[in-house]
Design a binder for this molecule. Structure first.
Ligand SMILES: Cc1ncc(COP(=O)(O)O)c(C=O)c1O
Length: 395
């Protein structure tokens, strides 16, 4: 099946966080083009729609139960896409990865204990630490030789501190859109294993990796690493079904899995019926993999389009070549605008609702994250709006 990602589908009045909550999220310009929250303006694969519609036609939507097939399908997906041999018994579920990260923080650390994050990073990581009364420990990413990477010396010191118990690790790195090498992953794992720091690896974007990179799941590198790692995965970003809130946690260590499940029970976790249906369809139907290959090609085209457009018309703004995701990390630092001024420029002058680099912490100031998971016509409109504002300022 050939998907046409150029097709524009109006999402207004569909209870969309991105399109229907602009008044609340961007009150200074609710009419701005929403290119922030990480979902795409593309339909999900046909087999997922069919499965959900079929289940919706049955008129009783009572409490749901995840079938044992879900774990088998999820393990099969890991093997096929990443070559990782996952035992279905290692798999458990949650209503999204952010809820799972919060559950990990409360299950495996005590109030006041240190949780390491690596900013600039997806801001719910910071919130999961602070909102649960744990101590935020920053191991900022460093920008060197044109690439963002890990500050290993600092990680070594932080991991050795007795109070620091957990690393929330985001891979591929969001928002800087990097896939780490096997060597880098081994270094992170080695530091954590030696210092008995538990790793929660959020690999939600793992399917959206471009062909120039090879993605390794951290836990797949050795049995010892797997024993100290909780891996969070989902079909939500891959197939644009984030609103269905269904994720899989891979936890080979039985004791860790038991503790995590107990915590989810305390949080009264019940799987979302339509999420469970979509999950199985996503991982079982071959057409979904075809969709993914076509999607990656289209997203890469959107990146090239953005990069060329910026180089041609707005050389003061540069775009980091992405290894993964539909989120581009735009560097505005040459324009000497920062913080509120940069946010206002994008929102009010260019009419674009983007994620401010500062929200992600660390060295994020002077950057903006733009979501290019949309038809090219919308992307073109966004870039034209940005150009108009850029030209008006005389940059
Ligand atoms: C790194 C990362 N983790 C988690 C999420 C959200 O996961 P969920 O919707 O399953 O809670 C996102 C969404 O943008 C993300 O980028």
């Amino acid at each position: 099946m050939k998907y046409n990602f150029d097709n524009w589908i109006d999402r207004k009045d569909t209870m969309s966080q991105k399109w229907d909550a602009q008044e609340t999220n961007f009150p200074d310009n609710p009419g701005a083009l929403p290119m922030w929250v990480a979902d795409m303006d593309f339909p999900c694969p046909g087999p997922i729609v069919d499965a959900v519609v079929k289940r919706a036609a049955h008129p009783i939507y009572g409490y749901s139960k995840i079938g044992s097939d879900s774990a088998v399908l999820s393990a099969r997906w890991q093997k096929k896409r990443r070559g990782w041999d996952v035992d279905p018994d290692w798999i458990t579920f949650s209503n999204g990865i952010v809820p799972a990260l919060n559950a990990i923080v409360t299950a495996f650390t005590k109030p006041g204990e240190g949780v390491i994050i690596q900013p600039p990073v997806y801001y719910p990581f910071r919130e999961a630490v602070e909102n649960n009364g744990r101590t935020l420990v920053n191991n900022n990413l460093v920008y060197k030789d044109g690439k963002w990477g890990i500050n290993f010396d600092e990680l070594e010191k932080l991991a050795a501190e007795e109070n620091n118990k957990l690393l929330l690790f985001c891979h591929p790195l969001n928002p800087v859109s990097r896939v780490l090498t096997k060597e880098e992953l081994f270094k992170i794992a080695d530091i954590c294993v030696r210092n008995q720091v538990l790793i929660a690896a959020d690999e939600i974007h793992h399917d959206l990796v471009f062909p120039h990179c090879r993605f390794y799941s951290l836990a797949s590198l050795s049995g010892e690493i797997a024993g100290q790692t909780i891996t969070a995965t989902a079909p939500s970003k891959t197939f644009n079904i984030a609103g269905l809130q269904m994720s899989a946690l891979i936890i080979p260590n039985k004791e860790l899995k038991r503790k995590f499940e107990e915590e989810m029970q305390r949080r009264c976790y019940i799987p979302n019926l339509f999420g469970a249906v979509a999950f199985e369809a996503a991982y079982s139907h071959p057409e979904c993999e075809e969709y993914l290959e076509q999607l990656l090609e289209y997203l890469w085209g959107n990146y090239l389009y953005t990069d060329e457009y910026l180089k041609k018309y707005m050389p003061g703004i540069t775009c980091q070549k992405p290894d993964a995701t539909y989120l581009l990390w735009l560097d505005f630092r040459k324009l000497k605008m920062k913080g509120k001024e940069l946010e206002t420029f994008c929102l009010k002058e260019a009419g674009l609702a983007l994620d401010s680099g500062e929200w992600f912490g660390g060295e994020g100031e002077g950057y903006m994250r733009i979501n290019i998971g949309c038809p090219r016509s919308l992307l073109k409109q966004a870039l034209e709006q940005l150009k108009e504002a850029y030209d008006k300022r005389g940059f």
